[in-house]
Design a protein around this ligand. Structure first.
Ligand code: FAD
Length: 418
């Protein structure tokens, strides 16, 4: 593909830049910004216009993301609402659900979380055991979810639950919207090694969910969840793309970002030039090992950028992010690991237990520390590295498929937990 902007894209890019300059101010109230984004359709450019998006193409969304990052403007409301829950409700939800949920989601008034993973169901998501039993028009849901990011902030959760254990595991699942403030929802924070508690265990004890909060037909939960996960891959792919074009000056303010994941995203978005500048500032730019590592990380940034273009190319052909997204996620994960290692190389052991001081050398230590503690997460969320490699081996390399012996068995007959 031709990687330069088409004349139309160049015009759009300059329009977007003008729009961002007119609407974004450093330090502005996030709620004001979210409202502006929602009103303009840029909170969810890929959504159809009738639901508050712009019906934009993937390349338009990427251009917006790149320009937004260049100017340092905040992203749309955090969480899985706009990228994952919204598109799922648009595709499978009822008109009432669209009317009720999409507006507050776009404006960041209601945060969403994803109640999919369980202690015995992560990579093998179809192994979920949370039960949903219908009684007249109300479902009663009981089970345990885990690793639920931002459950403590969320007003609503997208939930997979098993309505019929006598069916094969993929067939017995139904998809719901769960009120996180309902009786029987207990949220227990899980402290991560960064010291933060971003994700949680969520215990569901006889939680009532009205049938009008079911998304899709009974038994279609697996199909509906595939829409959610495809949109997650799209978001991860687009995020990586937006971040790979960075050339913003470095000020290490990322050290003070709200979460370590934010620190990582912001720092990676600065691009390889930031690492060169840090090596210069630390007086290590002439060290041959440092130069060697810089070349390696620069190469990985380029690999990441070109892999990103493959995702764009697939999206622009209307193919959706498939295997390209797996390759993109792996490339991104390798890049963030390499950047984290590089920071340790120039920051040294002071990055363990970094000080809170308000100067650049302390900030560098904090960025290095935060990146190194959070980087393993990227190889797990959104599908582990091993699962991405399985996808690539089966779908690109044509290697033999992993044996799946339990797909046709009634779920109740499958041995659990071993
Ligand atoms: C930061 C973060 C945020 C998250 N947020 C959420 C959230 O909001 N909501 C949510 O529902 N979940 C969330 N998760 C959970 C995440 O989706 C799961 O952790 C992930 O799918 C892996 O599942 P698991 O932890 O059960 O590991 P397992 O699936 O048990 O895997 C354990 C190990 O075995 C390997 N493995 C498993 N199966 C195979 C296979 N077939 N072939 C080769 N290797 C295999 C894995 O790669 C891994 O190394 C989050 C995770 C992280 C790290």
């Amino acid at each position: 593909m031709d990687l330069r902007d088409t004349p139309g894209e160049a015009t759009l890019r300059s329009e977007i830049r003008g729009w961002l300059e007119a609407n974004w101010r450093d330090g502005m109230d996030p709620n004001e910004w979210f409202t502006i984004l929602a009103d303009s359709g840029w909170a969810a450019p890929l959504w159809p216009e009738q639901y508050g998006g712009r019906g934009a193409s993937a390349s338009e969304a990427i251009i917006f993301n790149q320009e937004r990052q260049k100017i340092g403007a905040d992203p749309p409301p955090r969480g899985i609402g706009v990228p994952m829950a919204g598109p799922t409700i648009i595709q499978h939800g009822t008109e009432e659900q669209k009317e009720r949920f999409l507006g507050p989601m776009l404006r960041g008034e209601e945060i969403w979380c994803q109640l999919f993973s369980e202690p015995g169901a992560g990579s093998d998501l179809a192994a979920i055991q949370t039960r949903a039993v219908l009684n007249e028009n109300v479902w009663r849901v009981t089970g345990q979810k885990v690793w639920t990011t931002h459950a403590q902030l969320a007003r609503w959760g997208i939930l997979m639950a098993r309505h019929d254990p006598s069916l094969p595991k993929h067939a017995g699942i139904t998809y719901f919207i769960c009120d996180m403030q309902a009786d029987g929802v207990e949220i227990v924070p899980l402290k991560e090694m960064t010291g933060e508690a971003i994700f949680n265990e969520v215990f569901l004890s006889d939680v009532e969910i009205s049938d009008d909060l079911r998304v899709g037909e009974v038994g279609e939960g697996w199909k509906v969840s595939m829409t959610t996960l495809a949109n997650e891959r799209m978001a991860l792919g687009l995020g990586g793309l937006g971040g790979s074009d960075g050339d913003a000056p470095i000020d290490l303010e990322e050290a003070n970002a709200e979460s370590s994941l934010d620190t990582m995203g912001k720092f990676i978005a600065r691009g390889p030039q930031a690492l060169v500048e840090l090596a210069k500032r630390s007086g290590m730019i002439n060290d041959s090992l440092v130069r060697d590592e810089l070349a390696r990380v620069y190469t990985m940034y380029e690999v990441n950028r070109f892999t990103g273009y493959r995702v764009t190319s697939a999206l622009m052909k209307g193919q959706g992010p498939g295997v390209e997204a797996s390759t993109g996620k792996l490339a991104y994960n390798q890049l963030v690991r390499a950047v984290a290692d590089f920071l340790i190389l120039i920051a040294g052991s002071g990055a363990m237990g970094a000080p809170d001081d308000d100067d650049d050398s302390a900030r560098l230590l904090r960025v290095a520390e935060r990146l190194n503690l959070v980087v393993p997460a990227t190889s797990i969320y959104g599908g582990t590295d091993q699962i991405q490699r399985n996808i690539i081996s089966e779908r690109v390399l044509g290697m033999p498929k992993e044996p799946r012996t339990d797909a046709e068995l009634p779920f109740s007959e499958i041995k659990k937990g071993g």
